[in-house]
Design a binder for this molecule. Structure first.
Ligand SMILES: Cc1cc2nc3c(=O)[nH]c(=O)nc-3n(C[C@H](O)[C@H](O)[C@H](O)COP(=O)(O)OP(=O)(O)OC[C@H]3O[C@@H](n4cnc5c(N)ncnc54)[C@H](O)[C@@H]3O)c2cc1C
Length: 453
């Protein structure tokens, strides 16, 4: 197989069987999922090479697992059946910036930070921010979202079109440069969130936005979680449109304080950002202030100071890493339910209750403007009773969400970790998902063993 692959890649630097490189591609960055080594790691340079690799793997029935930066948290990049790990480091070119169309074309290995650095020169930005840096291919494949989804939606809403290679090596284009279309089935939306199981992306056409004139930042401290959640809901019901609104509990604040040397008060807190024209933002802040005072907030300073904002969002972006650093010998299990907005305060209180009942230490944080929150437990994988406890709490939290019309994963995807909940959430629709997989990838070479039981 190596000899055959060398004939396709023809550059020994872009094909590796070294144990160190295979280990790097055997697991994700932080999660509890067990590692498994790929047989070989390939670094394709362009779509022609990729087509040949995929067609070859399909012929010999070799698994292919696309790999962006490996930051997904449900074991998506773990090559559980070995085979080829496909790394997109060498496909990270920004192909075109269409300023007046508010659109860009990129290769899948471009990261969101890289893209935003370039877009800034044009007064534009790409809003989706899953905290850590990530490739746009990986974000498309997990339908990532994060802090800004409350205003801009998820990655899916930003993808105007794609170029992708199917399992048999054929190249397809989906979507267009138009802002909307009613032409046929929406394959762009089907492939988004497919976690490398239906196709390998070679190019994405993405929506971008003009940078707002002003950003108002606020850190609002509440006496309890319920009041913080209620305040967030009331803002949305009053048509306030924050560009970010994030809940962090006291455990998260403690972890952030020791990781980032901040001195935030260890109480349930909302990190808030309003953006737009300065006058509109100030107007919105007046309405926010009424609501948070009503919900007994004890601290609610606001500022337009960029340095404060950078520190605030840097702290939020590093929250999960701060929690990981608080127990370096442990691995993280992260729940990711998303519930209807009206259920959110109840859901968060339920999560805290079951963690206390099971005596499981963990933090709660979330993108509460979307009804999406995470309970994060550092667990010692060598202690079966601790793992079992975390799995039980995870299951109770998911079940609570599903019984109330929510989903088991708002943004992290299914991977290995949420497979057992898919049928409970979608019923017979899962059979049709499997049929789609069979049609597009009959030999099951694309990221096999993920999403479905
Ligand atoms: C500390 C931390 C915080 C996080 N916070 C958030 C958050 O707030 N919101 C959120 O949404 N996510 C969050 N995540 C998860 C993560 O950042 C996302 O899942 C991210 O989108 C994955 O991007 P990646 O480049 O690392 O992809 P990878 O992890 O490398 O891959 C993810 C999936 O994409 C597939 N893939 C990669 N490239 C391609 C391609 N070219 N074609 C087809 N499939 C491909 C892979 O096979 C895999 O299934 C967080 C992760 C960490 C570690």
């Amino acid at each position: 197989m190596l000899e055959d692959l060398m004939k396709i890649i023809r550059d020994p630097k872009r094909i590796s069987t070294s144990v160190a490189i295979r280990q790097q591609h055997s697991q994700d960055l932080t999660s509890y999922h067990a590692q498994h080594l790929p047989d070989v790691v390939l670094y394709p340079r362009d779509k022609e090479e990729l087509r040949e690799i995929v067609a070859y793997a399909n012929r010999i029935g070799c698994p292919i697992v696309p790999f962006g930066l490996g930051t997904s948290v449900e074991g998506q990049v773990v090559p559980i059946q070995g085979g080829i790990s496909l790394d997109f480091t060498h496909m990270s070119r920004i192909l075109e910036i269409r300023e007046e169309d508010f659109a860009v074309r990129v290769e899948p290995g471009v990261t969101r930070v890289q893209l935003n650095q370039e877009l800034k020169k044009y007064g534009l930005f790409f809003p989706i921010d899953p905290g850590v840096d990530a490739t746009l291919g990986g974000m498309a494949a997990t339908n990532a979202s994060g802090c800004s989804a409350v205003r801009y939606g998820t990655t899916r809403e930003q993808i105007l079109g794609m170029e992708a290679i199917l399992a048999d090596g054929s190249l397809i284009h989906t979507g267009s440069l138009a802002k909307k279309s009613s032409a046929g089935y929406n394959l762009t939306h089907l492939l988004t969130g497919s976690e490398g199981t239906l196709a390998v992306f070679t190019e994405l056409t993405l929506r971008v936005y003009g940078l707002p004139e002003a950003f108002l930042y606020a850190k609002v401290v509440f006496p309890d979680l319920q009041k913080a959640c209620k305040a967030a809901n009331r803002m949305l019901y009053r048509s306030i449109q924050p560009s970010k609104i994030e809940l962090v509990d006291e455990y998260t604040i403690q972890a952030i304080n020791s990781y980032k040397q901040t001195k935030y008060e260890a109480k349930p807190t909302l990190f808030l950002e309003l953006s737009g024209w300065k006058s509109t933002v100030l107007d919105e802040w007046d309405r926010v202030k009424e609501i948070i005072q009503d919900e007994s907030a004890s601290e609610w300073n606001y500022t337009f100071d960029e340095e404060f904002g950078d520190q605030l969002w840097d702290a939020r972006r590093h929250a999960a890493l701060a929690i990981a650093a608080s127990a370096p010998e442990k691995k993280l299990m992260t729940t990711d339910v998303c519930v209807p907005l009206s259920i959110l305060p109840e859901a968060v209180i339920f999560a805290r209750g079951v963690m206390q009942a099971e005596d499981l230490q963990g933090a709660i944080l979330g993108h509460i403007g979307d009804g999406n929150y995470h309970a994060v437990f550092p667990i010692d994988m060598s202690l079966p009773e601790e793992v079992a406890k975390a799995e039980k709490v995870n299951e109770l939290i998911v079940r609570f969400a599903l019984e109330r019309g929510g989903t088991c994963t708002g943004e992290h995807g299914v991977g290995l970790g949420k497979k057992s909940y898919l049928t409970e959430e979608h019923g017979d629709a899962v059979l049709w998902m499997k049929k789609i997989k069979e049609v597009l990838d009959p030999n099951n070479i694309l990221n096999p063993g993920k999403i479905f039981q």
